[in-house]
Design a protein around this ligand. Structure first.
Ligand code: G4P
Length: 531
């Protein structure tokens, strides 16, 4: 038992969230330099791939019908076993990006110092907020001219509604970026340029009390500015409070530059100190302790046809408790059967590698002959409980689907339902029509093309998609207590139902949901649906 406890307590499982180009990939690469990477997938894109991404990507995506970039990286550092969950971004932003956050115990939010909070950060942060997981902020690109440090902190607090506590403080930005002041150590860390691709660089540490040395190192002007800012910060900033960090109410804030590797190791060290071991999760049998309980896991993502030759599906599972052993049987709760998980792999994308054992906090991918659904639980035989389901997240793009050959109705219905069941798309119907009119909703527009391609290639069905202008969707949370027929709407509102028959409202304008709420007393709307 104590071995298992040791292994689990070593684990730190987090996702990096950011708006495209803020530096998520670069930071991930730098973090990996500090640890001997144990399992590496094709997730960290090389420079060459990054450049060709736009043109190549569709081909790969089409060939496989899936997102190729989402995966997990595992490395060890200072006795910890770190799992970084890559949240698909850029063109492959999809509902999977949100689902990945359901598998993480904490999140690192990378923000471009000259841009501040951007659209995708806001969306991903919302999901972190819903879960109440710790969120750490890394203000990146300090080697470029940055926004004012206090303004950045204010913006995060106002825009995202989370208090921030700077753990370090930058000294200058752009060409004048000299390093950071570590508030805990009361010392300034000055960095020299690192050699590309290495973690080596010179770090000089000077105590804040050694005024003469500091002045000579950073110059009189920078010293005065730093002193003033620190005084202001001590008077105004939130104090560090681990309990608030643990529940996602306070975000420890760090400054640095992933590209030049300034402040990355300091961030990693503090991060590992301030985040916790795999968290207990709630099930229908109560809270499951990661260490005390036998093996259990839940499916957070299903990826179809990773390898066209095999036409297989891979179910990604987050282990929540105990130890996974490939040789032992597990119980699939929703399927009500005992089975051996077939070809368990730790980390995906281009290279797969079979695992014999894994622990709470780890992610494994298993071959799925079509039995798993997103949110399913597997546990040790003899036990039976289900983890809380993964919510359905609001799509932002909608299209009406027209089938070209009406003779193939059956294949069409089967195909579109299967693809929806995998969670790649969501399908809706107008409140009053049957399966005649199908509306498809996606989180990222690329999923439209994936749908079209997969229906054609796997089900031999040709479809035409007609984009609809809706961008906002809300589930009606209390359908039993409102008269849906008589909801007073806005002119841009449409009533639909999802696959499970739950009623929803679609809107073109962002302000419409608020107006509808005002006009219909007692109505309750939600941006995601609990499953
Ligand atoms: P992403 O995964 O969040 O989308 O961002 P990514 O790391 O790919 O970084 C986006 C661009 O920003 C890259 O430049 C990268 O080199 C640059 N970058 C990342 N961190 C820093 C930083 O700390 N400082 C500066 N100055 N730049 C940074 P690119 O020109 O798009 O690509 P590349 O040709 O340099 O790879």
């Amino acid at each position: 038992m104590s071995d298992i406890k040791n292994e689990i307590e070593k684990r730190r499982t987090f996702a990096i969230i950011s708006h495209p180009d803020a530096g998520k990939t670069t930071l991930t690469e730098k973090l990996l330099l500090y640890g001997g990477a144990i399992n590496l997938a094709g997730s960290v894109k090389g420079k060459a791939t990054a450049r060709h991404a736009v043109s190549d990507w569709m081909e790969i995506e089409k060939e496989r019908g899936i997102s190729v970039t989402s995966s997990v990286l595992q490395f060890s550092y200072n006795g910890k076993c770190v799992n970084i969950l890559d949240t698909p971004g850029h063109q492959d932003f999809s509902e999977d990006t949100y689902r990945t956050l359901m598998a993480a115990d904490s999140a690192v939010m990378v923000i471009d110092a000259s841009k501040g909070v951007e659209a995708q950060t806001r969306k991903l942060f919302k999901v972190c907020g819903m879960r109440g997981i710790p969120v750490f902020t890394f203000i990146n690109k300090m080697d470029r001219d940055a926004n004012d440090t206090f303004d950045l902190a204010d913006e995060i607090e106002k825009e995202l509604g989370i208090a921030v506590c700077p753990v370090n403080w930058p000294i200058g930005s752009g060409k004048g970026f000299k390093g950071v002041y570590d508030r805990n150590e009361r010392a300034v860390f000055l960095y020299s340029d690192t050699e590309k691709g290495t973690k080596e660089g010179h770090v000089e540490k000077i105590s804040i009390d050694d005024e003469a040395a500091l002045k000579s190192a950073i110059g009189e002007e920078a010293f005065e500015k730093l002193s003033e800012e620190l005084e202001l910060l001590d008077g105004a900033g939130a104090d560090f409070d681990q309990a608030q960090v643990d529940v996602g109410k306070l975000s420890p804030m760090f400054f640095g530059s992933a590209l030049t590797n300034f402040g990355v190791e300091m961030f990693l060290n503090y991060f590992l100190k301030m985040t916790k071991t795999p968290a207990p999760r709630t099930s229908d049998a109560g809270v499951i302790d990661p260490v005390e309980e036998d093996f259990s896991a839940f499916v957070f993502k299903i990826q179809a046809n990773m390898n066209k030759a095999h036409r297989d599906r891979v179910a990604f599972m987050r282990i929540c408790s105990g130890k996974f052993e490939a040789s032992r049987e597990v119980y699939h709760v929703q399927g009500n059967r005992t089975m051996r998980l077939s070809q368990p792999q730790q980390m995906m994308a281009e290279s797969r590698h079979v695992v014999d054992e894994a622990y709470a906090g780890d992610i494994i991918g298993v071959f799925d002959p079509g039995i798993f659904s997103i949110g399913d639980t597997v546990c040790a035989p003899g036990k039976s409980f289900a983890y809380e389901g993964i919510p359905t997240f609001a799509p932002e793009h909608f299209a009406r689907v027209r089938q070209m050959d009406t003779m193939k109705r059956k294949q069409f219905v089967k195909g579109i339902n299967q693809i929806a069941q995998e969670g790649a798309i969501q399908i809706f119907q107008e409140l009053s029509s049957g399966m005649e009119e199908v509306i498809v909703g996606v989180v990222g527009v690329l999923q439209f093309e994936v749908l079209q391609y997969r229906l054609e290639n796997e089900y031999n069905v040709e479809i035409k998609l007609e984009r609809l202008p809706y961008e906002h969707i809300r589930w009606i949370e209390n359908p039993e207590s409102v008269d849906i027929e008589h909801i007073t709407g806005t002119s841009d509102m449409k009533k639909i139902t999802d696959l499970k028959g739950r009623p929803l409202l679609l809107f073109i304008n962002a302000w419409s949901p608020g107006m509808v709420l005002e006009r219909n007393e007692g109505l309750s709307l939600s941006e995601f649906a609990r499953n």
